[in-house]
Design a protein around this ligand. Sequence first.
Ligand SMILES: NC(=O)c1ccc[n+]([C@@H]2O[C@H](COP(=O)([O-])OP(=O)(O)OC[C@H]3O[C@@H](n4cnc5c(N)ncnc54)[C@H](O)[C@@H]3O)[C@@H](O)[C@H]2O)c1
Length: 273
Amino acid sequence: MRDFQNRVVVVTGGASGIGKAIATRFAKAGAHVVIADIEEAPLQAAAEELGAVGIRTDVSSLASVYALRDAVLERFGAVHLLCNNAGVGGAGMAVDLTVKDWQWVLGVNLWGVIHGIDAFLPTLMAQAEAHIVNTASIAGLIAYPRIPIHYNASKYAVVGISETLKGELAETNVGVSVLCPGFVRTNIRESQRNRPTELRNEKRNERGRAMDAAVVAQLSIPVIQPDEVAALVYDAVVADRFWIFTHPELMAAVEDRYAGVLSDAKAIGWAPS
Ligand SMILES: NC(=O)c1ccc[n+]([C@@H]2O[C@H](COP(=O)([O-])OP(=O)(O)OC[C@H]3O[C@@H](n4cnc5c(N)ncnc54)[C@H](O)[C@@H]3O)[C@@H](O)[C@H]2O)c1
């Protein structure tokens, strides 16, 4: 898709960070932008700032995402680009996590994407041209030391969903991209702000919080700005490119992962042919 003038773009998690930057980029290109977010005040502020429509949405709730779709269709009658971007960052080692931690992180990062696809795919397929961008992470391709297990699980799933979708939609008018950022300067480390009361732990996981900071401190890769990511997303949608990476520094780790897969296969004589 090259021309975004008067096209309808929906960005979940669009009140902050990467989502807000994506919304800004497509608004600049002339699109009607709808930002959907759970956090009311930043949502209204961002909508005003961008001249976008802000619709309060909890992506972990199917009913809420259906209500978003219905509101967008009522207002604009179409959706051309869906960015399933809302996400939260968890913290903690597997041994310290509770089921509530898993439910919260998978509820937003994985079920949010599933709900987006469920609600919007028929509408996207009804357009002459459309595109879906799912925000995963580089943590959807590599299990970096100390990236929390539930976050990793959610992002591997989003990569898998996106790859399947790309294959299924190959002969259609709907393009698919998966965004796999490294570290980006956003509010993700404050994700607990949006955690529902019923999914909170009784005791705050201090060890987990400390490790979250340690992940960033340990890895010597640059932390980039959201607008740099948004520019890459824009280019990928225009070019109908599937993979969207943000950090060349992390590509060696991706290579290592697949080298590890192949080396264990080769060890039992299964050389790729
Ligand atoms: N920042 C990074 O370094 C980084 C790296 C890789 C991937 N990501 C991914 O990028 C995406 C955007 O995160 P960000 O870094 O911009 O963080 P952010 O916290 O700045 O923005 C996330 C937005 O999602 C919203 N949100 C949270 N729960 C929601 C829910 N249930 N329903 C609707 N909206 C909800 C938040 O209110 C917020 O506006 C996430 O999927 C995240 O996993 C971020």
